[in-house]
Write a protein that binds this ligand. Structure first.
Ligand code: FES
Length: 267
């Protein structure tokens, strides 16, 4: 974990839809891994603390790290107001990684990646790592609204990054099926963990809880990325603590990736 704040230049910013935007920042070292996050704050920000944002992609050749960000409150609005060429303070990469929870290569069953909404960001990064390692995975993703522009279709290409051995995408929006895009309803309605070596999930907490229960019933390991409000992001304030079977753990420094079986979910 690197707690040093570095000034980075915003190379590109693009709205994906009315709620989600992409930011590409210059970044050299240390290299981030899928599952990790950065605390990000515009230099001109009026907000005291940075916002924790998961890595969506890392391009070493281009020295660039990419983030997909949902507009939620003042901190992310200030990020959305930035323009290419502006500077931000980045602290990271922080937290642990999906790869720490991979089954042995000898287990040749496929892996499952399961995303809800903006939870797709860290799983896109993980999919890229799995491709590079030659490991097979299926990608499941659920969204509230059907895609209605080219930017969305490019950003979430059928939720099937090249190399995935299968994919499934579902929209809660009743009109989605009429468009011929994806399935209709909750992605979890189309997900059966039984064939997989392990399942990796990022999304709203209700989705994490349901996915964890399905996996437990099927006897399949389930790994989840937890989200909490963060102040320091580096393990000092205890503001992001969550209850686990091993006691209170800090989402930022002990996670954000956990074995689902360890988490005590709020009902
Ligand atoms: S945000 Fe401060 S300990 Fe996690």
């Amino acid at each position: 974990m690197d707690k040093t704040a570095r000034v980075s230049v915003l190379k590109e910013i693009k709205a994906v839809n009315g709620e989600i935007f992409r930011m590409n920042f210059s970044w050299e070292d240390p290299a981030p891994a899928a599952g990790q996050f950065f605390m990000i704050k515009p230099l001109r920000s009026s907000v005291f603390l940075g916002r924790p944002i998961s890595v969506a992609a890392w391009n070493r050749a281009a020295n660039m790290v990419s983030f997909l960000i949902a507009l939620r409150g003042k901190g992310t609005e200030e990020l959305f107001d930035m323009r290419a060429g502006e500077k931000a303070e980045l602290i990271g990469p922080l937290g642990n990684t999906w790869a720490e929870f991979l089954p042995p290569v000898a287990d040749n069953r496929v892996l499952a990646l399961l995303a809800g909404g903006i939870g797709i960001a860290p799983l896109k990064a993980f999919a890229a790592e799995l491709e590079a390692a030659g490991r097979r995975y299926d990608f499941y993703a659920g969204f509230r609204k059907a895609f209605d522009n080219e930017e969305e279709r490019n950003e979430f290409p059928g939720a099937a990054p090249a190399g995935s051995s299968g994919h499934c995408i579902a929209f809660e929006d009743p009109g989605a099926q009429a468009n011929g895009s994806g399935k209709r309803g909750l992605i979890l309605d189309y997900f059966d963990p039984a064939p997989y070596a392990a399942v990796y999930v990022c999304g709203p907490e209700a989705m994490l809880r349901t996915a964890a229960a399905k996996c437990e019933a099927a006897g399949i390991p389930c790994v989840i990325s937890m989200e909490r409000r963060m102040a320091c992001g580096v393990g000092a304030c205890l503001g992001c603590s969550i209850e686990t079977t091993k006691g209170m753990r800090r989402c930022c420094a002990d996670g954000p990736v956990f074995n689902a079986g360890e988490i005590v979910f709020n009902e």
